[in-house]
Design a protein around this ligand. Structure first.
Ligand SMILES: Cc1cc2nc3c(=O)[nH]c(=O)nc-3n(C[C@H](O)[C@H](O)[C@H](O)COP(=O)(O)OP(=O)(O)OC[C@H]3O[C@@H](n4cnc5c(N)ncnc54)[C@H](O)[C@@H]3O)c2cc1C
Length: 306
């Protein structure tokens, strides 16, 4: 039985594996290979790694784990996790079942991308959703925002921190409350309700948003006001309490309401950054090691691996 199986080998899961490896815990990381930021050209906001490609970031992380002999990484998709006596049974898709005393779910989320012609040519290079991740690169340049309703209006207003030239493209009725509409007008944010016909993109760079009628919106970047959902239904199937936003309601240690199950990274709570995902991984690893160490001591056994 593994000390811990980590489902998801993104920044959260790999960081948990690093700290568990350093505590000499038998750890298995199972990863299906679909990280959330795969389309992104550069990862920003991670001290010492600002601007690194997401693929390179994961490659460095995997290389660093190689020297920890108790940590194994496997490319595999987990189908289900079920409680058993003393731990959990982890069923792989088309593969064997594995047992572990504890489980970390670092399975991330999937973004609800709109069906906009041209988006696939610029998503991750000049179409983004997080201003903290990508706003600085487009500072003081014209920015279009995709979205509707008061949430999108608030998002557009907050983007003023990065650019004074913001256009809200609602791709249909903007559905703004009077206060939002007034705030947008007050801050010079134009609202365009025409349907978006396509995004004009050259070499991954957005040139303009072409609308069904009227002049196109000239913009260097498109920020998408999006929702997202859990990438895996394992958390819900295990009975982990979810928050209103749809992600796991986990403590700072990643502990959930299901004893022995930890949820970290984007699958748990805000903020959703690589650096916080990694920090949550480290915190969960410490909690798991302390828990297993305490159980050994309480049982009259030495926690020493030998
Ligand atoms: C376009 C884009 C750009 C971004 N840019 C930045 C940025 O510049 N800076 C920043 O800090 N953040 C950025 N983010 C956010 C960042 O990607 C996430 O915060 C981060 O990836 C969260 O890490 P994670 O480990 O929780 O999840 P993920 O990185 O999504 O990793 C989850 C892993 O779990 C695996 N998985 C899921 N279900 C299963 C299963 N059943 N079995 C096995 N494996 C499974 C997936 O395949 C995936 O590999 C960006 C996001 C997007 C979409």
């Amino acid at each position: 039985m593994y000390d811990c199986v980590i489902v998801g080998g993104g920044p959260a899961g790999l960081s948990a594996a690093l700290m568990l490896g350093r505590a000499r815990r038998n750890t298995l990381v199972l990863d299906a290979g679909a990280p959330r930021n795969a389309a992104s050209h550069a990862l920003h906001g991670f001290l010492t790694r600002d601007g690194i490609s997401p693929a390179e970031f994961l490659a460095v992380a995997r290389r660093e784990l190689e020297r920890y002999e108790t940590v194994t990484l496997r490319n595999a998709r987990v189908e289900s996790v079920d409680p058993i006596e003393g731990g959990f049974r982890i069923q792989l898709t088309g593969g064997p079942a594995i047992e572990a005393q504890t489980v970390v779910l670092a399975t991330g989320v999937v973004d609800d991308l709109p069906a906009l012609p041209g988006l696939e040519d610029c998503y991750g290079t000049s179409a983004h959703h997080c201003p903290y991740c990508d706003g600085w690169e487009h500072r003081d340049k014209p920015i279009a925002v995709h979205g509707h309703g008061d949430t999108a209006a608030d998002y557009a207003l907050r983007l003023l921190r990065w650019s004074a030239t913001i256009t809200l493209c609602s791709n249909g009725p903007a559905r703004l409350g009077p206060e939002s509409a007034a705030a947008l007008t007050r801050h010079g944010i134009v609202v365009r309700e025409e349907e978006i016909r396509r995004l004009d993109v050259v070499g991954g760079r957005l040139q303009r948003v072409v609308l069904d009628q009227g002049d196109p919106v000239e913009a260097e970047a498109l920020f998408l006001c999006l929702g997202h959902e859990l990438r895996s239904d394992i958390l819900a199937a295990l009975g982990v309490t979810l928050m209103e936003s749809g992600v796991a309601d986990a403590a700072r240690s990643g502990a959930t309401n299901v004893d022995g199950v930890f949820a970290i990274g984007d699958a748990s709570r805000d903020p959703q950054f690589v650096v916080t995902a990694a920090a949550e991984g480290a915190a969960a690893a410490v909690a798991i090691n302390e828990r297993l160490t305490r159980a050994a001591l309480d049982g009259g056994r030495s926690p020493h691996p030998g």
